[in-house]
Structure formats: structure tokens, C-alpha cells
Design a protein around this ligand. Sequence first.
Ligand SMILES: O=C(O)CCC(=O)C(=O)O
Ligand SMILES: [Fe+2]
Length: 346
Amino acid sequence: MTTSFSSLPIVDLSVLSSSSPCASEIKRLSTQLYDVFATTGFAYLTNAPLSSSHEDVFQLASDFFRMTEASKMQLAKKTFVKGNNNTYRGYFPPQLGQKDNLKEGFEVGPSNTPVQTHSRSKQKFNLAESNVWPEEDAFPNGKARLEQLHTELQSLSSTLVSLLAISLGKQADFFSGYLSNSLSTLRLLHYPLQPSAVERGADEVKLCCTPHTDSGILTLLHQDTTGGLEVLNSSNEWIPAPYVPGSIVINIGDLLANVSGGRFVATMHRVRTNGGGSSSADGMGRFSVPFFFEPGEDCIVRSIDGGESVVYGEHVRRKMGTFVEFQDMPEESVNWGAATTIAVEA
Ligand SMILES: O=C(O)CCC(=O)C(=O)O
Ligand SMILES: [Fe+2]
């Protein structure tokens, strides 16, 4: 259960850039993170040790989403283009039938493809598959930039889970099992511009991402200046989480809440359209770039208090049934426009 917060705390990570942080500073940071995850479940992180600036990250998103529809559909998951082989990584187009979930995205896993432990033929989604990439001239240097960002966010997540282990009274390496064959996903998201309430002649809240908790361990979110992210407090009020310059947003998922034995909370959040900020996407709507830190497919995840365990891959497959971007689309309801020509029936 969260508290009745009215804004999100800010956690300064400067100490992580020091070559030899002292033990008391590390302890203080881990206690601060404990307090965040035991109360709001969400915070802003400042001075994170990342080499990409906000501008770099959103330039990447912009470069990707401005590619032609045909170039993007070449990377579409098999759910959307039957002739493509990628089932889990790659592009998902806007779900035109989705009233409150209109978004397109591109998902990238680790550059060292995780070890394949499950026969592809038996599984609809191959969680350990390789990434798919646009042609270099359509997305100049995009592969290298995204791989670098993935690597740095993975490294930051690994530091943060060590701090959380310490905060839970465990050794720093208590969660190191989560790092082998990690499936972490870096996702570029674009929420197309929607008519404003005035233009629609309605004043109800219009969403582009419906209320949900994240399902996994840890999420690190770069959001642009558009605004619209909101977080639910214990009084059932949606608290705006606008862009704070230079920050990334952190929150935990359901699985880490369970691992913490209920000490940490996975907080409900949503994104409303026309969030009140100024769009950095030049009239295109909102860009955001969540990174989902994930264990390996075979990783056994259990509460620090013991009890039942889950195998991470099984947890993901169960959750995927509820995500719009993994639903099978009946061919006749899909309007791919120019991209229909690249769909090759298997
Ligand atoms: O776009 C955002 O700001 C939030 C995205 C989100 O919550 C998610 O992808 O889980
Ligand atoms: Fe989320």
C-alpha cells in the first residue's frame, strides 16, 4: 500500500559516480531507496551515471519513429506481420482499435543474446531471441546508440538492486542471480498526438496508457517534457509526475514487491494525453523510453521471507497475455497502410 503522497521524492545518485564511495554514503542511499519503495514506489533519480543526455535519448526515439511506416513494419513482431520471425523483440505499431492505449514502440534486448534454453517450436514467444535492427542508413548509428544505452541502464539497475538488497538486510550480491542471461528490455515509445479536450468537445480524462503496475523488477524511465505521467496514491488521487530536468523516473514492478515480502510497493500509474508540458517531439505527441530490468528466463524468483517461487520466464509469459502489444490481431482489423506490402505469409 502506498502513502497519500502529493509529489514524488528526488533521489540524488551523485555518489555512484565517485570512484570510491564511502560505506556510510552507500548505506544512506540504500536507506533512501528503501523509504521510496516502502512509500511512493516511485521517485525521480538525478545525477544518474549515464553517458547519454536526455537530448541524446529523445533524439534516438525521434530518429526511430520518424522512419517510414514501411521501414518500421519490416521490424514488426510476428503478431503483426506473419512473415516476420521475431516474436518478442522489435516494433509494435499503434493499436488503432485501442481507445486509451494508442502507442507504437520498439523493443530491444541485450546485445549479447541470452542463452536459449527453451525450444522455439514449443513457445509462441521466444524471449531469448536476437534483436532486429533497421537498415543503418534509415537509422544512422541507431543500433550502437541503443546498445550503449541498454548496457548502461543494465549496469545502473544492477547497482540499484545491490542497494535494495542491502536495504533489505541482505548482502549486496543477494540478487546477483538476476543478472545471468538477463532479459532486460529497452523500449522506445511514441504516443501520437491526440485532439485536446476542447477539440474533442469533452472534458473527460483521455489516456494514452491505461492504469497498470509494471510486472517485473525495476523500471527506469526517461520521459520527455510533454507530461502526462500520473501515479496513484493511497487516497486514490492521481498525482502528476511531470518531467524534472535531468532526471529519470524509477519504479518497481509486482515481482520485486513480492520479493520484498510486501515491504515495497508496485504503484499504479497511467499516462494521460495532453499532459500540460511542451512536447519535445515537435508536434508528434509524447516520447518515453522505459527500461525494464529483468532476470533470465530460468531465474527462480522468491520472496526474501521464503515461500513459493516463480520461474521468471513463466511469469512473463503469463503477463504477456494481458498486454495489448502481444495480442493476436485478426488480419482484417489491421490497417497497415503502405506497410501491407511487406507482410509475407509464412
Ligand atoms: O510512457 C510513460 O511515461 C510510461 C510508460 C509505462 O508506464 C510503461 O511502459 O510501463
Ligand atoms: Fe509502466
